[in-house]
Design a protein around this ligand. Structure first.
Ligand code: C2O
Ligand code: CU
Length: 499
């Protein structure tokens, strides 16, 4: 067998081309790897790529106001509640690492606040100045507290490495904020949150409107490591005593990473509020389940029937509301999903989204690549892997729109700190019901949400997926107010790890 010279030449050329292509690939992959690594410490203000959303640019550099000639950067630490105003209500919370056994559940190595998990329910009145002293007794990785859904001052947001350093063992931190709105909220650690929240460092925060006492009950859902599914820390069925005819506001909070549904057996119900914001004109519902994405809340109004009791169900756990000894029926999961897009009565918004000066896109996808030097199939924002993601830059007072899309194959419960967003449309269909305000918005695969908000709370605010193990792997960025800087550091050498 002989190979004729031209064919041998072609084979050689092909081999060379293949080698060159291989080399290019190695160089490209090597660059992608090198480019994905993070320094041992870095500032949230230097992270990512500034995205002005088509709005005005005043400073040369996002976040780092100090880099702009003549414009002094203001530290996020200066954004506090009135320092001279005394606290109206004060709490102390001691964080510990310890073995936990939820009543009726399995033991696991977890965390407690004041010896229990969930931590104490903090109940305050709207307008009060709330002070919380957090002490870390012995949580090795450090802890913080984030006030999920509240519009706290920038320095009080509790994000390790962005608004404070994680509180080390033996250390403490005092949070001060005005409870600016009534509603159902929760708090949780924002240091190594993917481990500390599931492990127990969280609790409910209820803000009551001034001058009104409304009977309510809490239904705080949590699934602990090992799989114990609990309501208010207990496995199985829980009871809330109420007289026949009484109307109870059941405050459902999803502290899990996945979407859950709540439904009511034995009586019709209304959805009074979502994410701590009252709905306008809520009508009676039967045979529907109310979906709650990670971090979301829904207040359900139920009336105790003349005979028996009513049951609020979530897969695996339930809350029976009624007189002592009264029984409540159970119902299979209703097939119809409650949709806030057309629920309740239209009402004017507090601002006009048509006057928006910045328009952002938060497009969640998934691509192969490197994350902090590790190869994998990672979540992306606008086609980029963290840290090369957009940082949304705003100026105080800006009206902002954002289009959130998801083509990543999984749902992402998107949570913006320090603000509420109003839903304008889903998949191009405009909202027709009560204004639907959210701080936690479950965005399913293939869905598009158009939302709007007013940038009225200066700071550096995380805007991330609340499926916390996801947040470690990418869908995490910040809403940055122009000129606000942070002295705190992220990165493996900083001791701060907010996700
Ligand atoms: Cu409930 Cu960034 O968190
Ligand atoms: Cu996610």
């Amino acid at each position: 067998m002989s190979v004729d010279p031209p064919r041998r030449g072609r084979a050689r050329t092909l081999r060379r081309a293949g080698f060159a292509a291989g080399l290019v690939l190695v160089v490209l992959v090597g660059y992608a790897w090198w480019d994905s690594r993070l320094p041992a410490t870095y500032s949230a203000a230097d992270m990512g790529v500034a995205d002005l959303g088509g709005g005005p640019r005043a400073l040369e550099h996002h976040g780092h106001g100090t880099d702009a000639p003549g414009v002094p950067g203001r530290s996020v630490t200066a954004l506090v509640a009135p320092p001279d105003r005394p606290a109206d209500v004060r709490f102390e919370l001691d964080a510990r690492a310890q073995q936990v056994t939820p009543p009726g559940g399995l033991t696991f190595p977890g965390y407690t606040l004041n010896g229990s998990t969930p931590g104490p329910t903090l109940r305050v009145r709207q307008g009060q100045l709330v002070e919380v002293l957090l002490r870390n007794v012995d949580v090795p990785a450090g802890v913080t507290l984030h006030w999920h859904g509240l519009h706290v001052p920038g320095a009080m947001d509790g994000v390790a490495g962005v608004t404070q350093d994680a509180v080390r063992s033996g250390g403490s931190f005092t949070y001060r904020f005005v409870a600016d709105r009534a509603g159902t909220f929760w708090y949780h650690s924002h240091q190594v949150s993917h481990a500390q929240v599931i492990g127990g460092l969280f609790g409910a925060l209820v803000i009551e409107p001034p001058g009104r006492v409304e009977p309510d009950a809490l239904a705080l859902l949590h699934t602990y490591p090992g799989g114990s599914r609990t309501l208010n820390g207990q496995v199985g069925e829980l009871r809330h005593l109420a007289d026949p005819g009484a109307q109870i506001r059941v405050r459902v909070v999803n502290t899990d990473n996945g979407t859950v549904a709540a439904w009511v057996a034995g009586a019709p119900f209304r959805v009074l509020a979502i994410d701590g914001v009252e709905l306008v004109g809520p009508t009676e519902l039967t045979g529907q389940r109310v979906p709650l994405g990670a971090g979301a809340r829904a207040d359900l109004a139920v009336r105790v029937p003349a005979a028996g009791a009513v049951r609020i169900q979530l897969a695996g756990v339930s809350l029976v509301v009624g007189p002592a000894g009264a029984t409540a029926p159970t119902a299979p999961t209703p097939p119809v999903v409650f949709d806030p897009l057309g629920y309740g009565t239209r009402a004017p918004l507090s601002f006009d989204p048509a006057t928006a000066v910045r328009h952002f896109t938060y497009d969640i996808g998934r691509l192969p690549g490197f994350l902090h030097g590790r190869p994998g199939y990672w979540w992306t924002i606008n086609g980029r892997i963290v840290p090369h993601v957009p940082m949304y830059v705003v100026r105080k007072g800006d009206v902002v729109t954002m289009r959130i899309t998801n083509s990543s194959g999984e749902a992402h419960p998107m949570h913006l700190h320090g603000h509420h967003l109003v839903v304008l449309a889903r998949n191009g269909v405009g909202a027709t019901g009560s204004p639907w305000w959210v701080d936690s918005l479950d965005v399913g695969h293939g869905e598009t949400y158009d939302v709007a908000f007013v940038a009225d709370n200066p700071g550096i605010w995380m805007d991330h997926c609340h499926n916390l193990p996801h947040a470690v792997e990418g869908p995490m960025t910040h809403l940055m107010y122009e000129g606000i800087d942070t002295p705190f550091l992220l990165g493996s050498g900083s001791g701060n790890e907010p996700e």
